[in-house]
Design a protein around this ligand. Sequence first.
Ligand SMILES: [Zn+2]
Length: 153
Amino acid sequence: MKNMKFMSLMLALVSYTTIALTSCGNDDDPAKPTINLTEVGHNNSKHVHPGHDLHVEAKAVAEGLVKRIDIEIQQEGGGTFKIAKAYTEGKYIGVRNIEFHEHIDIPANAPLGKYHMHFVVTDQRGQQAKAESHLEVIEDDGHEEEEHEHQHE
Ligand SMILES: [Zn+2]
Protein backbone atom coordinates (compact mmCIF):
# COMPACT_ATOMS: atom_id res chain seq x y z
CA MET A 1 0.00 0.00 0.00
CA LYS A 2 1.23 3.42 -0.90
CA ASN A 3 0.22 4.76 2.47
CA MET A 4 2.25 2.20 4.40
CA LYS A 5 5.35 2.79 2.33
CA PHE A 6 4.98 6.50 2.75
CA MET A 7 4.54 6.10 6.51
CA SER A 8 7.68 4.03 6.99
CA LEU A 9 9.66 6.48 4.92
CA MET A 10 8.35 9.35 6.98
CA LEU A 11 9.08 7.55 10.24
CA ALA A 12 12.65 6.98 9.14
CA LEU A 13 13.00 10.66 8.41
CA VAL A 14 11.12 11.95 11.43
CA SER A 15 14.12 12.59 13.62
CA TYR A 16 15.75 14.68 10.92
CA THR A 17 12.90 16.60 9.39
CA THR A 18 10.09 17.15 11.82
CA ILE A 19 9.31 20.53 10.30
CA ALA A 20 8.88 19.08 6.83
CA LEU A 21 6.15 16.75 8.09
CA THR A 22 3.52 19.44 8.22
CA SER A 23 3.96 20.31 4.55
CA CYS A 24 3.28 16.89 3.04
CA GLY A 25 -0.06 16.10 4.63
CA ASN A 26 -3.51 15.57 3.07
CA ASP A 27 -4.55 12.14 1.74
CA ASP A 28 -1.71 10.15 3.19
CA ASP A 29 -2.29 11.25 6.76
CA PRO A 30 -3.13 8.46 9.18
CA ALA A 31 -6.31 8.84 11.22
CA LYS A 32 -6.17 11.46 13.92
CA PRO A 33 -5.54 10.18 17.45
CA THR A 34 -8.51 9.32 19.63
CA ILE A 35 -8.64 9.56 23.40
CA ASN A 36 -10.85 7.99 26.02
CA LEU A 37 -10.11 9.77 29.28
CA THR A 38 -11.27 7.16 31.78
CA GLU A 39 -10.15 8.34 35.21
CA VAL A 40 -9.35 11.75 36.61
CA GLY A 41 -8.71 11.12 40.27
CA HIS A 42 -9.06 7.65 41.73
CA ASN A 43 -12.37 6.05 40.70
CA ASN A 44 -12.82 9.07 38.46
CA SER A 45 -13.60 11.20 41.51
CA LYS A 46 -12.49 14.36 39.64
CA HIS A 47 -11.00 15.79 42.76
CA VAL A 48 -7.57 16.03 44.29
CA HIS A 49 -5.96 17.61 47.33
CA PRO A 50 -3.20 20.23 47.34
CA GLY A 51 0.18 18.58 47.88
CA HIS A 52 -1.07 15.19 46.67
CA ASP A 53 -0.92 13.73 43.23
CA LEU A 54 -3.65 13.33 40.70
CA HIS A 55 -4.23 9.85 39.30
CA VAL A 56 -5.01 9.99 35.58
CA GLU A 57 -5.94 7.09 33.33
CA ALA A 58 -6.72 7.21 29.64
CA LYS A 59 -6.75 5.00 26.61
CA ALA A 60 -5.60 6.48 23.35
CA VAL A 61 -5.11 5.25 19.81
CA ALA A 62 -2.77 7.08 17.47
CA GLU A 63 -2.52 5.49 14.02
CA GLY A 64 0.30 7.93 13.34
CA LEU A 65 2.07 6.84 16.58
CA VAL A 66 2.30 9.00 19.68
CA LYS A 67 4.81 11.79 19.58
CA ARG A 68 3.89 13.51 22.82
CA ILE A 69 1.23 13.76 25.48
CA ASP A 70 0.47 17.01 27.23
CA ILE A 71 -1.62 17.54 30.31
CA GLU A 72 -2.69 21.00 31.35
CA ILE A 73 -4.63 21.79 34.48
CA GLN A 74 -5.91 25.33 34.54
CA GLN A 75 -7.72 27.07 37.36
CA GLU A 76 -11.19 28.34 36.50
CA GLY A 77 -13.18 31.30 37.75
CA GLY A 78 -10.61 33.95 36.93
CA GLY A 79 -7.69 32.23 38.65
CA THR A 80 -4.40 31.87 36.84
CA PHE A 81 -2.92 28.83 38.59
CA LYS A 82 -1.75 26.32 36.02
CA ILE A 83 -0.06 22.94 36.08
CA ALA A 84 1.48 21.60 32.90
CA LYS A 85 3.07 18.22 32.33
CA ALA A 86 4.50 16.90 29.08
CA TYR A 87 5.45 13.34 28.19
CA THR A 88 7.88 13.44 25.27
CA GLU A 89 9.85 10.27 25.92
CA GLY A 90 9.31 6.93 27.56
CA LYS A 91 6.83 4.11 27.21
CA TYR A 92 4.05 6.00 25.41
CA ILE A 93 6.15 7.55 22.67
CA GLY A 94 6.17 5.87 19.27
CA VAL A 95 3.29 3.63 20.33
CA ARG A 96 -0.08 3.20 18.59
CA ASN A 97 -2.33 1.98 21.42
CA ILE A 98 -1.54 3.36 24.83
CA GLU A 99 -2.96 2.81 28.27
CA PHE A 100 -1.95 5.95 30.02
CA HIS A 101 -1.62 5.86 33.78
CA GLU A 102 0.32 8.56 35.56
CA HIS A 103 0.19 10.68 38.67
CA ILE A 104 0.47 14.43 38.34
CA ASP A 105 1.90 16.33 41.29
CA ILE A 106 -0.47 18.97 42.58
CA PRO A 107 1.60 21.60 44.42
CA ALA A 108 0.76 22.27 48.06
CA ASN A 109 0.13 25.90 47.14
CA ALA A 110 -2.51 25.07 44.52
CA PRO A 111 -5.57 27.19 45.36
CA LEU A 112 -8.74 25.28 46.23
CA GLY A 113 -11.56 25.41 43.72
CA LYS A 114 -12.56 24.41 40.24
CA TYR A 115 -10.10 23.53 37.52
CA HIS A 116 -10.22 22.40 33.93
CA MET A 117 -7.98 19.66 32.57
CA HIS A 118 -6.84 19.16 29.00
CA PHE A 119 -5.33 15.86 27.89
CA VAL A 120 -3.70 16.22 24.49
CA VAL A 121 -2.19 13.49 22.33
CA THR A 122 -0.03 14.53 19.38
CA ASP A 123 0.99 12.00 16.77
CA GLN A 124 4.23 11.92 14.77
CA ARG A 125 2.49 13.86 11.99
CA GLY A 126 1.53 16.67 14.31
CA GLN A 127 -2.16 15.72 14.42
CA GLN A 128 -3.76 16.29 17.79
CA ALA A 129 -6.68 15.04 19.80
CA LYS A 130 -7.82 16.67 23.00
CA ALA A 131 -9.93 15.34 25.84
CA GLU A 132 -11.21 17.58 28.60
CA SER A 133 -12.39 17.11 32.13
CA HIS A 134 -13.37 19.27 35.02
CA LEU A 135 -11.50 18.82 38.25
CA GLU A 136 -11.77 20.22 41.73
CA VAL A 137 -8.97 20.86 44.19
CA ILE A 138 -10.48 20.36 47.62
CA GLU A 139 -9.20 20.50 51.15
CA ASP A 140 -7.63 17.32 52.48
CA ASP A 141 -10.06 15.85 54.99
CA GLY A 142 -7.69 13.01 55.95
CA HIS A 143 -10.15 10.35 54.83
CA GLU A 144 -8.76 9.60 51.41
CA GLU A 145 -5.45 7.92 52.05
CA GLU A 146 -6.35 5.27 49.48
CA GLU A 147 -5.19 7.74 46.87
CA HIS A 148 -1.65 6.66 47.65
CA GLU A 149 -2.11 2.95 47.88
CA HIS A 150 -0.92 1.77 44.54
CA GLN A 151 2.61 1.85 43.31
CA HIS A 152 4.03 3.18 40.10
CA GLU A 153 7.20 2.38 38.31
ZN1 LIG B 1 -2.85 5.77 39.71
